[in-house]
Design a protein around this ligand. Structure first.
Ligand code: TXA
Ligand code: MG
Length: 347
């Protein structure tokens, strides 16, 4: 399949009437799948009401069918067509964070969306992205768009159109290139079907920010305890994995350098994932800085690009620094732990 590339300036006025957007929306209306930027990561969109379109999303990504998709909307009224009710807490979260990196799990109205999109659950995940290109595409297509991250399953989520092209060229109808995304990590997923909202996946909106709006917020215990089944099906899969074994180290930069030296003495090619502050300190085969430790948003923004950059290198082993689990640090550590899939080395 020929994958078309449409380059769009996200700052132009009235994007939904822009020829490239109309063309991409046309593909969506024909139940083809198209990748597009959001403020978090690129999504792979398809008509959420159509089984064929949704099947194409799963096939292009190689995604397991039991992992439901997030439905993207541009207008709050759209939610009412496919959810049963909007609880008070959910409504307050929408007021505070939509459009934005927050996905809400609500009870689903039957018979509207493709059952494949929601993996036949009685609930549905919905979000309004804060990106002019995403909103214009939803509006121009007139459809709710099911859109997972536009990467091959298991790979880091894409934060540029080039990342999407690396993974999905030849597998999808097109890519709308609207530049690099901003937040860099996926949306926070919050279950609003119980009494107290519960975080199923940490992301762009922090626990602290949610608590300011709705008071108490729970966190799915499975996020900390690998023995429990996560409430968000996607969280059970290994994700974002670099090609080489990737160890996180809870230690000083001197201790990490010591580990590097030991492995290099054994003849291994070793990578280090650090931040701008410490980059010059390390002596190893490949040292990549992922943002600035003092500004965790910059770490979030470049995390997936950094993981992909390690995959361009032929390494035997990668060591990574850890981050405090506060604010966006929670989401960063969640993704790093998933990328590693190995126990943290405690120094
Ligand atoms: O920022 C984002 O959320 C990006 C952009 C493209 O919007 N999308 C994204 O989608 O990250 P995806 O498919 O990679 O992750 C969706 C997550 C998965 O962990 C999935 O299991 C969960 O949301 N999810 C979807 N529907 C759910 C439901 N009804 N109940 C619980 N979890 C659900
Ligand atoms: Mg994903």
């Amino acid at each position: 399949m020929q994958t078309q590339m449409w380059t769009v300036d996200k700052n132009v006025d009235n994007l939904k009437t822009y020829p490239h957007i109309i063309e991409a929306a046309q593909k969506l209306k024909q139940n083809e799948v198209v990748a597009f930027p959001t403020e978090t990561v690129y999504g792979l969109g398809g008509n959420a009401e159509n089984d064929d379109a949704v099947l194409k999303i799963f096939e292009a990504k190689g995604r397991p069918g039991d992992n439901p998709l997030i439905i993207h909307i541009a207008d709050r009224e759209q939610v009412f067509s496919f959810v049963k009710e909007i609880p008070e807490q959910a409504s307050r979260l929408m007021d505070a964070f939509w459009p934005g990196p927050l996905t809400l799990i609500l009870n689903k109205k039957d018979g509207v969306l493709s059952e494949k999109a929601t993996a036949r659950l009685s609930t549905v995940a919905v979000r309004m992205p804060d990106h002019p290109v995403a909103l214009a595409l939803v509006e121009a297509s007139g459809l709710p768009l099911a859109a997972p991250s536009a990467n091959l399953s298991g790979k880091p989520s894409p934060t540029t159109a080039a990342h999407v092209a690396d993974d999905l060229t030849g597998r999808i109808a097109g890519i709308v290139d609207g530049g690099a995304t901003g937040v860099g990590l996926e949306s926070t997923v919050v279950d609003c079907t119980g009494e107290i909202p519960a975080i199923l996946r940490p992301g762009g909106v922090t626990k602290e920010q949610l608590e300011e709006i709705v008071g108490e917020v729970l966190v799915d215990p499975a996020l900390k305890d690998a023995k429990q089944a996560p409430k968000s099906p996607g969280m059970k899969y290994r994700h974002y994995a670099p090609n080489a074994p990737f160890y996180l180290v809870n230690g000083t930069k001197e201790e990490i350098q010591q580990l590097v030296n030991e492995k290099r003495n054994e003849g291994m090619k070793v990578g280090v994932m650090t931040t701008k502050e410490n980059k010059a300190f390390y002596d190893s085969d490949v040292v990549i800085a992922c943002g600035e430790r003092m500004k965790l948003e910059t770490v979030a923004e470049s995390l997936y690009d950094t993981l992909r950059a390690f995959n361009q290198q032929d390494l035997d082993l990668i060591y990574g620094e850890i981050f405090p689990e506060e604010g966006v640090g929670q989401a960063i550590m969640n993704r790093l732990t998933k990328a590693s899939g190995l126990p943290v080395i405690e120094k």
